[in-house]
Design a protein around this ligand. Structure first.
Ligand SMILES: [Zn+2]
Length: 165
């Protein structure tokens, strides 16, 4: 039998859940900003010590850059702000499951915790197709939480692609 969680541990978990909701709502606002700019509506924020250290949304069209996914934009900004390529005390919130490139960048930047909203059955590499974030053969593994506000994030993407069909 596992030990029951101490009141302190429960409090910490409750605080973390509240923070997760707050930061995913923040990432969703970034995703809506992407949509307004005609970009695929995905938003991401890197959080450090309760602050947004780096944030972004997809900019592949406006930047003519296939690597300008929301996570890449947020990770680059966070590393520049910190002056360190290792984001070891950070958490990344993103509205869509990371692709192979972004999951690779997450592993390289040593981010210990990822929270994503909607799964991506066609390109997701955090559990859907593969799980690069928790592969025992790699030198870094993340704590992954998924499904938070997944409905809002999915509807945003579905409406975006439906409007363009
Ligand atoms: Zn990506």
């Amino acid at each position: 039998m596992p030990e029951p969680a101490s009141p302190d541990a429960r409090l910490t978990a409750a605080a973390r859940d509240a923070d997760d909701g707050r930061w995913m709502a923040y990432a969703l606002r970034l995703a809506r900003l992407a949509e307004e700019r005609g970009e695929v509506p995905v938003g991401a924020v890197v959080v450090f010590e309760g602050q947004a250290l780096g944030e972004g949304h997809n900019r592949t069209i406006s930047d003519a850059d296939p690597t300008a996914h929301a996570e890449m934009v947020a990770i680059r900004a966070a590393a520049a702000a910190l002056g360190d390529w290792r984001l070891i005390d950070c958490a990344l919130y993103v509205t869509l499951e990371p692709c192979a490139m972004c999951a690779g960048a997450i592993v390289l930047s040593r981010i210990p915790r990822i929270v994503f909203a909607a799964p991506d059955p066609k390109a997701g590499m955090a559990g859907s197709l593969e799980n690069l974030l928790q592969d025992a053969r790699l030198n870094h593994r993340c704590d992954v939480t998924s499904g938070l506000m997944a409905e809002e994030a999915s509807v945003l993407l579905r409406d975006f692609f439906r409007a363009r069909r």
